[in-house]
Design a protein around this ligand. Structure first.
Ligand code: SF4
Ligand code: SF4
Length: 396
């Protein structure tokens, strides 16, 4: 196993165990199976275990396994506050106490504000006193590092990152999300501030393994490497020194062994030009199915009317490269539910963006098509109701 440093110089294994996908047994978790997988990872040097209040049964299962094996002092536990459910300081105290009890511990090593997508969510937490709460917990040693997990766009990520003295952050990042979500710019900005970056969805929820188009598989096969699709995805991440820990939701011993092997071999800066060309061919093959040739370069931004042009195009493309529901889900997360509306129908057709687009995309025309696809009437109504609810709560 290889290790990289956290903000205070502690060693973190570059492979983290994501505890969201433990195998189910009946209505609960198959504890014995999960225990074997966790101990296999632990014995191979994995010292970072990521769970959350909202992963059903996960905190309690992890707590039980850790206690049974007496390894609490030799691992780091990361868990999360479901911040979108919080409306008072008392609720934070209640949930955190429940998490400690489920985890059978008196402290959390890495504690995250779960699933932030917008700076407005952070403002809402500040309004209920989260900063004082964090200060108290860190002073008492109950929380050792504070961070946030993030699924919105790059701009909001940078705002949240810059607004507080975070110890770490967790982002969705993989070779397909290089310019979306927090993206490469977000990962590099965090690293430049000395903030460790934990990666989730390194294989896009399995898409970069199970749903690769034929052309992508062919590009991998024709390369000089004998890597599996998962290995290509993980090595692309480990190649970047800005990445600290890569989480994998491991639910078989084979997967644990394979991921531990990769994490013991893949070094930062070890991908060759040929490797990167292979991944470019893989990405091209995935993008061939897409609707608009937007590269996410953002030269068209900012739009004076606030339209998130690259964000909308990326979600539209995802509808065709992955699935309609995935594209619309990502749209809701990264565009639809941001505090400042960024919808295509805000476009005033000034044309400013088109004069900057290196791909010569007829942006105004494509935005109209994208909006129709991403927001058919029922989705539009759903997003409007969710916005009204979220931003009413934010004010209250
Ligand atoms: S044409 Fe529309 S999307 Fe482009 S800059 Fe003007 S208002 Fe924004
Ligand atoms: S300038 Fe063109 S390619 Fe770049 S993000 Fe905007 S629309 Fe996409």
């Amino acid at each position: 196993m290889q290790y990289r440093k956290d903000r205070y110089g502690n060693d973190l294994s570059i492979l983290g165990f994501g505890c969201m996908r433990f195998t189910k047994k009946g209505t609960g978790i198959d504890i014995d199976k999960a225990e074997k997988e966790i101990m296999e990872a632990f014995n191979a040097g994995v010292n970072y275990y990521d769970t959350a209040y909202l992963y059903p049964g996960s905190e309690a299962a992890l707590g039980e396994i850790v206690e049974r094996n007496g390894i609490r002092d030799r691992i780091n536990i990361a868990t999360k506050l479901p911040q979108y459910l919080i409306s008072s300081r008392a609720a934070i105290d209640r949930i955190f106490a429940e998490e400690l009890s489920r985890l059978r511990t008196d402290h959390v090593d890495y504690y995250l504000m779960h699933h932030m997508t917008d700076v407005a969510m952070w403002e809402k937490l500040k309004a209920v006193g989260i900063i004082e709460w964090i200060k108290e917990k860190k002073a008492s040693g109950t929380i050792r590092n504070i961070g946030f997990s993030y699924h919105g766009n790059t701009d909001n990520f940078l705002k949240i990152l810059g607004d507080y003295d975070w110890d770490f952050c967790q982002v969705q990042y993989n070779y397909l999300d290089e310019v979306s979500q927090a993206g490469k710019d977000g990962v590099r900005a965090a690293a430049a501030k000395g903030i460790p970056v934990v990666i989730m969805e390194p294989l896009r929820g399995g898409k970069l393994v199970n749903l690769l188009p034929e052309g992508a598989r062919k590009a991998m096969k024709e390369s000089s490497r004998d890597y599996s699709p998962a290995e290509w995805g993980l090595r692309w991440l480990y190649d970047q020194p800005e990445v600290t820990v890569v989480l994998s939701g491991m639910n078989s011993l084979d997967m644990v062994r394979e991921n531990c092997r990769i994490a013991s071999e893949a070094e930062a800066g070890s991908m060759t030009e040929e490797d990167l060309k292979t991944l470019e061919a893989v990405k091209r093959s995935i993008w061939e199915k897409e609707k608009v040739a937007c590269t996410g370069c953002r030269y068209c931004m900012p739009c004076p009317k606030g339209v998130d042009i690259p964000g909308i195009f990326r979600c539209w493309n995802t509808m065709y490269a992955e699935s309609k529901s995935q594209g619309r889900f990502q749209f809701a997360q990264t565009v639809g539910l941001t505090k400042e509306p960024a919808f295509a129908d805000q476009c005033a057709k000034c044309g400013k963006c088109e004069s900057h687009c290196p791909q010569s995309i007829p942006i105004r025309e494509k935005l109209v098509e994208a909006d129709k696809a991403l927001r058919p009437l029922p989705y539009k109504i759903g997003i409007n109701i969710a916005r009204a609810f979220m931003f009413r709560k934010a004010r209250g």
